[in-house]
Write a protein that binds this ligand. Sequence first.
Ligand code: 8IG
Length: 266
Amino acid sequence: MTDTDYRSAVDAAAARLAELSGVDHHDVALVLGSGWRSAAEGLGETVAEVSTSEVPGFTVSAVAGHAGTIRSVRAGDTTLLVFLGRTHLYEGHGVRQVVHGVRTAAAAGCSTVVLTNGCGGLRETWAPGTPVLIKDHINLTATSPIEGANFVDLTDLYSSRLRWLCREVDPSLDEGVYVQFPGPHYETPAEIGMVRAIGGDLVGMSTVLEAIAAREAGLEVLGISLVTNLAAGISGAPLNHEEVLEAGRHAATRMGSLLTSILPSL
Ligand code: 8IG
């Protein structure tokens, strides 16, 4: 891979995925973030499971709870490409690595991507385990996955059509603005005060760069956050990675049925 071309790496990844899975076209990509892993069970019939280490261009993750696996799943007439785990910006491998999965999904034929994450919530009514639809984002990473002078429009990035479909399935779903910080440290209470002031509702360390790359690749994007903790300074208690993972595990059943009911209508 040269400095100016990621295309060949993406095409190689999609070709290898087709070869390993025996499925040459996928329809919908699903990226499962922290706490979403068990939501992958029951989505459909797993046709193939490959490790990201077998597919060109993926970095191997070292964070607990973020193992890199890609599944090809048949759900009725839809073929899903399910990414269990993602590369985060804070791992330091660069933005291309962060968005390699989304670009590979587009090259594999996907026209829709569902980006999920675990995050901190700013509204006290969002108890740990509450899913929230992402309606927009604020990018505080100071970077972009777009290379070159491609002025990609981000209006309605988080498809209002797909959010509407979700709320038809589950009218109790709230919506919020997701703010991506680089991490890996959590925010200070003062930073959460800033997030509130600029209109953010959810804070996390993923999703935004992937959503931008997905839009550039022409995909329709659905973003769903799972609030696993109140953002720093809201409850007064310190944030703990194990608690965050535990809240996710508890909410997984609800997330699984949410995904199962919306995927057929995507
Ligand atoms: I899970 O409170 C999870 N990920 N930045 N802040 C940020 N990322 C998170 C948080 C949080 N909780």
